[in-house]
Write a protein that binds this ligand. Structure first.
Ligand SMILES: [Zn+2]
Ligand SMILES: [Zn+2]
Length: 271
């Protein structure tokens, strides 16, 4: 059943969400397993679908070869296979670090790997230092981050998924509790209007349940992503499953913000 026709675009049922791993890396970028190995692992994990993504930049030249490889691979795949890329938002205008041509790419994962400054990406450690020194205010940092993500969502004529949103906050000494509700609401509305889904990320354990609760109540689709860099990590859910279970149990009744530890556990890891 190659292709994606049978899969609802943004399912809300927990097990349906968990049946697709939307974020799997391979040796085309910094993964340790080949696309073939990742796909076999997805099948072995009982998944119904997988999205093979790799990190691209504007200077990436291997993308056409990767697309050809995965297109061939999925002709005989027993599960749905989508072709994607992961990239970072570069600046406050939402520019994305992608090659000019994205032929064959079916989904773009937009990530907050660096702080999107007005003149380009900034190392989060630099922003952290500026926050400590009081030369920038947390609310302005959060506003610019959310504004950049929101601005990125219609930059490409392709479906977008916000990958591990707010993974950047702990790297800057901030937490999801620093995100004002109205800013999150504005992002949610923008996601809904642009058909953008938001990823619940296993590796980074974010976003937190309060954020997810608001996104879902605003009609934003949620997808599960392992961010696997090795085949053994494909479709292995722990944090994502717990987040969805909590979300389903809450039925829109969660109060307050996300515990810092929920998003801080991954602080300091590189992407
Ligand atoms: Zn990734
Ligand atoms: Zn990432």
């Amino acid at each position: 059943m190659a292709g994606t026709a049978a899969t609802p675009i943004h399912p809300t049922d927990r097990e349906t969400i968990l049946a697709v791993d939307g974020h799997v890396h391979s040796t085309w970028s910094d993964g340790a397993s080949t696309t073939d190995e990742a796909l076999a692992a997805a099948d072995a994990a009982g998944l119904r679908g997988v999205c093979l993504v790799d990190h691209v930049r504007a200077t990436t030249t291997w993308l056409p070869a990767m697309v050809r490889e995965v297109e061939t691979l999925r002709e005989r795949a027993p599960i749905d296979v989508r072709i994607g890329v992961e990239t970072k938002v570069l600046d406050t205008r939402g520019a994305l670090d992608v090659p000019d041509r994205l032929d064959g790419v079916e989904v773009v994962l937009v990530a907050d790997h660096r702080f999107p400054g007005s003149h380009g990406p900034i190392d989060p450690a630099v922003v952290r230092t500026m926050l400590r020194a009081g030369s920038v205010r947390p609310q302005d940092v959060v506003r610019d981050l959310i504004g950049a993500l929101a601005a990125s969502l219609d930059r490409l004529p392709l479906p977008i998924v916000l990958a591990h949103p707010f993974s950047l906050l702990p790297k800057m000494g901030l937490a999801e509790t620093d995100v004002p509700q109205e800013a999150l609401l504005a992002l949610a509305v923008r996601c809904r209007e642009t058909g953008t889904a938001v990823e619940i990320n296993e590796k980074w354990r974010c976003p937190g349940v309060a954020t997810l609760d608001l996104l879902r109540s605003e009609g934003v689709g949620l997808v599960a992503g392992s961010d696997a860099h090795h085949a053994r990590e494909v479709g292995r859910w722990d944090a994502v499953r717990r987040a969805l279970e909590t979300l389903d149990g809450s039925a829109g009744a969660i109060e307050g913000g996300v515990a810092p530890e929920a998003v801080g556990a991954a602080a300091g890891r590189s992407t």
